[in-house]
Write a protein that binds this ligand. Structure first.
Ligand SMILES: [Zn+2]
Length: 664
């Protein structure tokens, strides 16, 4: 769900030490630009890290000598790109490399980069130069504005002691955030189940799984294991145990880390005269201030309250019917929600998420989302050979379908494995620049069942692919505001826009094109899935609202203790808080780059639904798609989001489509 850019996105030349050019296939497109580094040992990471930092230091000293004339922005951007080339792959590889020692080396390197980047952000000579440059046009003006703000938010304008404190805080927050992710990624929790407890769970999920000495099946918390158990296990005890294990992922250690992170962020914001980290961050975003974001969340809550109650009542009735007990003796527990949602889907809409897997094999699903992009945006994806961190990771060259011009590179890592990042995300580790002729590269990471995807998972793939498109089809002048480096409460919009594409018949027909041997998914099944999704939108939106409101509260002036705040807020919802669970311990978004930004998912969704109106009835229309590629995706962050939306829709953005959707 996530998109990751390096913070203070400054980044080093593709050195011969770390980067080896890929061989091209005879006639087709080749991988554009440097190959992803093929690190096999911690020593190689360390060596690349030393070299990268050395070169970044040298490039910084050169940049300090550049006069603040019209060419300064391009020089600054070249430094940014240089730094990103060394830093981007290291920042990314720590999430996916199969060797824990390599991941550890990358994490150690990342902390050194963080310190380097914070120091760049506090560099007075660069700051003074940025302020002295006369912008030639709007794009330069926007690039300068963002650059100057990034310097100011790094503490360049603070008195020396405060500036040092800001750097210490930034470095400490990075280290704590790393530890938070590591505690989740490396936990290797296995939940034991007797085969009898797994009645209802598709056999393919657990038949081949490891067993303990008593013959119990051991299942991890990865999505392909977790969801089938909580959605399908007939045994309430099994569901509860799995759910509780997931709700304790990260553990008490992560609650302490989250508390420290949010307190330090508050302290950081106070150095700049802001009351809270939320205020400090939101002043640079579409929302502008915490009060506006809060008002928006209140409106959403109001709009979904009734729908949520209706959903929960239906689930509780389903439970009473299933257990053949009176409704007033029936309590809906949190670990019941997914199970009875599935039952109701089957009952009301006769749709079973599992039944989609045979229609959507993983590799063909990837080709399918690529075909959607090819049809809408006039591009082509070509697999290219690459030596990557794992044999299953794949590389694609993206080119313009009409001209054949190379556009970008995309790496995809589809399946779960131990030590791999467990959610779905895109890393924009290399930003494009038309001025420098530099082509973007991104990596898409998901964790799918090898047997195939459910329609919800296909939706997730399309969402992440939307981020990859945003990164890959960027055509900005400067790397520093390429693709996904737009305002954070807008960045989800292009991905969310695509989410409902899969319920469209003409779109789904493309599956047959990429997989002639695949049986086409029946229209009727898709129609039912769409109806089933409508049915849970109240409770799902209410949950998103809770996450967003919690994140803002955590980053408010008090920086409250995370569990106390969570117990209060989750406790105030209809299903309440379950003692002994600690959902925030695995809430990586708030510990990481989405801190005080989770509301952006709902905020962006408003824009996404508005963007969809231009594609109404013609989701694959290449003319609208091309206009969208040029006015929105291609523009990255070089114009404010409001303007991009206006350029595409021919009017200001409106929340009408969003509230109509919630009300219908
Ligand atoms: Zn996302």
């Amino acid at each position: 769900m996530l998109v990751v850019n390096s913070w203070f996105r400054v980044s080093m030349a593709c050195t011969a030490i770390v980067l080896v050019p890929l061989g091209a296939w005879a006639d087709g497109p080749s991988w554009p630009g440097p190959a992803f580094p093929d690190w096999r040992s911690p020593g190689q990471v360390k060596q690349a890290c030393d070299a990268g930092l050395r070169q970044a230091g040298a490039a910084l000293r050169q940049l300090e000598e550049v006069a603040p004339t019209a060419g300064w922005i391009a020089a600054y951007d070249a430094f940014y790109a240089t730094t990103e080339d060394a830093h981007g792959p290291v920042e990314f590889i720590r999430h996916v490399h199969p060797d824990a020692k390599v991941r550890d080396a990358a994490e150690a390197c990342e902390l050194r980069w963080q310190d380097f980047l914070t120091r760049v952000g506090q560099n007075e000579r660069l700051y003074r130069a940025a302020r002295a440059v006369e912008p030639a046009d709007d794009i330069d003006r926007e690039a300068l504005r963002q650059t100057i703000e990034a310097f100011e938010d790094s503490g360049v304008g603070l008195a020396p002691a405060r500036r040092t404190r800001a750097r210490e805080l930034a470095n400490r927050i990075s280290a704590l955030g790393q530890q938070f992710d590591k505690n989740i990624r490396d936990s290797a929790t296995r939940v034991p189940f007797t085969p009898a407890e797994l009645v209802g769970v598709p056999a393919a999920v657990w038949k081949g799984a490891r067993r303990d000495a008593q013959g119990r099946v051991l299942l991890g918390l990865d999505y392909p294991s977790y969801y089938p158990v909580v959605e399908h296990a007939q045994s309430p005890a099994a569901r509860e145990r799995m759910w509780r294990a997931k709700m304790n992922e990260g553990g008490a250690a992560n609650i302490r880390l989250l508390g420290e992170i949010t307190r330090l962020r508050r302290d950081y914001a106070r150095l700049f005269g802001s009351d809270s980290y939320a205020d400090f961050m939101l002043r640079r975003r579409m929302a502008r201030d915490t009060a506006s974001a809060q008002r928006f969340l209140d409106d959403v809550q109001q709009a979904v309250r009734e729908g949520e109650q209706r959903d929960l009542a239906a689930l509780r009735e389903a439970k009473a019917r299933h257990l053949d007990q009176p409704l007033d003796k029936t309590t809906l527990e949190r670990w019941d929600v997914l199970f009875y949602t599935e039952r109701l889907r089957k009952e009301r809409f006769t749709v079973d998420e599992e039944s989609f897997r045979p229609y959507f094999p993983p590799q063909e699903s990837l080709q399918f989302v690529m075909r959607i992009a090819e049809t809408m945006f006039g591009v082509r994806y070509t697999p290219v050979p690459a030596k990557l961190w794992h044999p299953e990771a794949q590389a694609y060259a993206v080119s313009d379908a009409t001209t054949g011009k190379p556009l970008a590179g995309l790496i995809v890592d589809l399946y779960p494995r131990d030590g791999k990042y467990g959610h779905a995300a895109v890393w924009s580790y290399r930003s494009g620049s038309t001025l420098a002729g530099r082509l973007p590269q991104a990596a898409l990471v998901v964790n799918f069942d090898r047997k195939g995807l459910t329609i919800d998972e296909l939706d997730t793939l399309l969402h992440e692919f939307g981020h990859a498109l945003h990164a890959n089809l960027s055509a900005t002048r400067y790397a520093l505001n390429a693709g996904t480096s737009t305002q954070q409460d807008f960045v989800e919009a292009p991905s969310q826009m695509l989410e409902d594409w899969i319920f469209d018949r003409p779109v789904l027909k493309l599956f047959t094109e990429v997989c002639p041997r695949c049986e086409p998914v029946p229209d009727e099944l898709v129609e039912k899935a769409r109806a089933a999704r409508e049915f849970t939108k109240g409770s799902l939106t209410a949950r998103q609202h809770l996450y967003a409101a919690y994140d803002l509260a955590l980053h408010g002036p008090d920086a409250p203790e995370p569990m106390a705040q969570w117990r209060r807020m989750e406790g105030a919802t209809s299903l309440g808080h379950v003692p002994g669970t600690m959902f925030p311990a695995a809430f990586s978004h708030v510990a990481g780059g989405y801190g005080a930004g989770y509301y952006g998912y709902l905020w962006s969704l408003v824009v996404a639904m508005d963007l969809r109106t231009a594609f109404a009835g013609k989701r694959l229309d290449a003319t609208v798609g091309r206009r969208y590629r040029d006015t929105v995706l291609g523009q990255g962050g070089q114009r404010p989001p409001q303007q991009l939306v206006h350029d595409f829709l021919g009017r200001d953005t409106s929340p009408k489509a969003f509230y109509d959707y919630l009300a219908r």
